[in-house]
Design a protein around this ligand. Structure first.
Ligand SMILES: [Zn+2]
Length: 217
């Protein structure tokens, strides 16, 4: 082995050792209760916040081994379509772990409810977060009743209850997450009984795009 090849070999061996010595959170058994599922999400957000991501090292391995034929996500998240809210990254989770629905303003409608019902009843997620975020353009526009082209204004109808109840942008965003979460809980004939039986928890949350922190509301 010449000098350069040897150096390359040692560097890649060191990198491999580094990867394998990281905590294998992606290999941990799936949480079996809503509280454990919520904790796994929030622990991931703490790692994200501390710039200590572990999920990326597992992506290819997970893909190859586990997720071709099936998915078993432990959590579902309804978040805004905003490009600053990459859900898996924010919770330091990898492929196959979170069932994600994204729509501007993180609002619910029949299709979103249907998707989340599928996540809970068929895939068995234990916790469902409805997550608003700081500086949400959809909420901002709904408050200002900005004149918008096409069907953008169709979002306003869903955001109106929060706009009426809220005072200021942050409060309105938080109220919207809570309103959508409670609408989901009360209108879904699939989710309500699961919550009553303790199989599922629905929580509203707020993601700060500046700090990276998720707060439960
Ligand atoms: Zn938004």
């Amino acid at each position: 082995m010449d000098k350069i090849n040897r150096r390359t070999f040692l560097a890649s061996a060191a990198a491999a050792a580094l990867v394998s010595s990281q905590p294998l959170h992606a290999q941990e058994p799936a949480p079996t209760t809503p509280d454990a599922a919520l904790k796994m999400l929030m622990d991931g957000n703490a790692r994200f916040d501390a710039n200590n991501l572990t999920s990326i090292a597992h992506d290819l391995k997970m893909l190859r081994e586990n997720t071709v034929e099936k998915q078993q996500p432990f959590a579902a998240v309804l978040s805004c379509a905003d490009s600053r809210v990459p859900v898996e990254l924010v919770f330091d989770q990898t492929i196959g772990h979170i069932f994600v629905c994204r729509v501007a303003g993180n609002i619910i409608n029949s299709e979103i409810i249907g998707s989340l019902e599928y996540g809970a009843a068929v895939l068995g997620v234990k916790v469902l977060l409805v997550m608003g975020h700081s500086n949400c353009g959809a909420v901002k526009a709904a408050i200002a009743k900005t004149d918008v082209p096409g069907q953008i204004a169709s979002l306003y109808t869903h955001l109106e209850p929060a706009v009426e109840a809220g005072s200021g942008l942050v409060d309105t965003i938080k109220k919207n997450a809570k309103i959508q979460a409670s609408l989901l809980e009360t209108t879904s004939t699939v989710l309500s009984p699961m919550i009553k039986e303790g199989k599922l928890k629905i929580r509203a949350a707020y993601y700060d795009v500046g700090t990276g922190q998720v707060t439960l509301l």
